[in-house]
Design a protein around this ligand. Sequence first.
Ligand code: BG6
Length: 482
Amino acid sequence: MPNASSSALLLFGATGDLSRRMLLPSLYALHEDGLVDAGLRIVGTARSDMDDDGFRAFAKEALDEFLPADRKDETKLAGFLDRLHYHPLDASQIEGFAGLAEALGDTSEGLSIFLSTAPFLFEPTIEGLRRAGLAHDGVRIGLEKPLGNDLASSQRINDAVAAAFQERQIFRIDHYLGKETVQNLMALRFANMMFEPLWNSAGIDHVQITVSETVGLEGRKGFYDDTGAMRDMVQNHMLQLLALTAMEPPVDFDATSIRDEKVKVLRALRPVKAEEMVRGQYKAGAVKGGSVDGYADDLGDTSDTETFVAIKAHIESWRWQGVPFYLRTGKRLAERRSEIVIQFKGVPHNIFADRGGKLRANRLVIRLQPEEYVRLQVMAKEPGLDRGGVVLREVNLDLSLTTVFAKARRRIAYERLLLDLIEGEQTLFVRRDEVEAQWRWVDAIRKVWTAEGLDVKPYVAGSWGPNAAIALTERDGRSWND
Ligand code: BG6
């Protein structure tokens, strides 16, 4: 029963950070808005030894901390806490799963599972679920990253999951796909006539995708140092943004059509040469007015893990021949910003040149966060009698999504993704072939790093990354949208 709502949701890693900050607040929001069935039971599991009441107190504390004050409704909160149950489990011990199945009771009406656990627990968890009869046809499983740290390990995990579940039951999470503005990218491209005819190498000079953060290690020392910016951000979020920006128009807005088009882009990514990438690591500096330590101090050790990466990527296709996609992401950068910039080509002939009119090519800025807007930079004439020549200026055609849709509730990505998981809607989840194409490209890049000894270049915390990243665009006569 692929598209029926589940009657229970099982959260692995229920006492973890993601659960506190995102999952519990998201589930509460869905409950508060009456978007999940009154009968939906939410069962948390983790190693900590507690009972239902203990978990409810834990959840209450998390909601107190992470729910905005205007969303707290005491009656609804009590109703939400009533839905919660808890069953302690050490997922590395297969025998324990029988007790979990018993605690869940009858799951024939559909069960959704959200797995966010340490990578080494994936395989035993899947096996435990299978043996306990919790992998039947009515079960869906959501998998949170990291799903492996290279192609081989991700294939191993995917194989383990595929041994117990069919692909239609597997929901690989990339929380960027749950963001409203990321979905809006599809609306912008495919619900409007004006962009698509220019959306190719004839109309576009290059594309930039920036996901910059001001935060540093955030207490995730071990994980981050083993992972680095390339695998933490580029392999998943940034490649998904690239795929949505570059894909051909899908035939339908459904999981198969959209994922078919995304995977074609991911497979068409050209291997990257050493001179097309920059790795960086932050040193001490100032972020948002306060001084911060460098990465080595944050980590308490020296390391050659990159906290910044910039790449000039190419897609080998008719549409994108010769159009670079510049990607950059990093920690401790100048500001928090996720955006896609489409730099159009200039007009073929400037009729204003003899009258002094200077032109700049149009630029479309799609800001995903923290602000949400679409801004088209167009040329306009400055008002006046033009005796001294025509003065042309770049002005913004501005669409602030926050203003236009001021009444719509802003939802966090996990609200959407959890609801889709519970209801069995796969469009915003990543298919196995996509993840593997992403890893193939990333693994090849990391191989080049090793073969060419590509060092991490230091950058001052609070800057836009190492100078070499600026040079990556400047040497092509282009500049980042800073
Ligand atoms: C996560 C990364 O996937 O995405 C984090 O592991 C990063 O390092 C986070 O901070 C960024 O997400 P968002 O939604 O804040 O842009």
